[in-house]
Design a protein around this ligand. Sequence first.
Ligand SMILES: Nc1ncnc2c1ncn2[C@@H]1O[C@H](COP(=O)(O)OP(=O)(O)OP(=O)(O)O)[C@@H](O)[C@H]1O
Ligand SMILES: [Mg+2]
Length: 244
Amino acid sequence: MSAEAILEVRGLSKSFAGLRVMNDVSLQVRKGEVVFLVGPSGAGKSTVMRCMNFLEIPDEGEVLFHGGPVNRSEQGLNDYRARVGMVFQHFNLFPHLTILDNITLAPLKRGMMSREEAEQKAHALLRRIGLEDKAQAYPAQLSGGQKQRVAIVRALAMNPEVLLFDEPTSALDPEMVEEVQSLMASLAGDGMTMIVVSHDIGFACELAGRIVFLEKGRVIEVDTPEELQNSSNERVRDFLACRQ
Ligand SMILES: Nc1ncnc2c1ncn2[C@@H]1O[C@H](COP(=O)(O)OP(=O)(O)OP(=O)(O)O)[C@@H](O)[C@H]1O
Ligand SMILES: [Mg+2]
């Protein structure tokens, strides 16, 4: 618990139409940690995660990266999002671009590497997920699981320090969940810092170093999967018990 947080949220609150959906949420994530956010539908998990990526601006509280505030200018946010990548439930690949161009677009746009380097890196990433033969295909020609794995390596192409995932497998057919989860497990094994919103409690218990249980916009408990499964709070225990 001594290492400094790489990403921290402090006292986040937010209301929509007068209804408070996030209430004084604080959380620290250290380098190399895998933290899952779980809790009932409407608990505010996505809102917390969207605040971490500045897709949502909290009414109160702050997001700190390496201990400091994030510059919210357009350039500042682009820099931040290159270092803190996000993977969405519905992949968000660009439909009119090939898989290769989807992966190289952001590194090229940001001038991070030459086209040759970006393409080399993209091919290496596609090889890693066994989709090298899809480089010239379009997203519509891929299965859901393939699209999500491409979306994950697209985020990796920026060499991010943190990856945020909001329900990365919940739009997938059951037989494709495994291939995405095993890619995520392999990233965790490489030491990637990951924050994951998921309804898949079994997966959370397998992969998470810590689980944050949210309910009605509040953090109810944060602990290791083992500790939460034996929580003194019955709500938490019951929720963690209903695996899958
Ligand atoms: N842009 C918005 N406008 C109005 N209400 C919103 C908006 N975004 C979220 N909410 C509300 O805030 C609450 C929390 O939503 P959020 O999406 O963060 O929950 P969640 O825990 O991610 O739920 P789920 O598990 O269903 O994805 C919900 O009641 C939701 O309806
Ligand atoms: Mg959500």
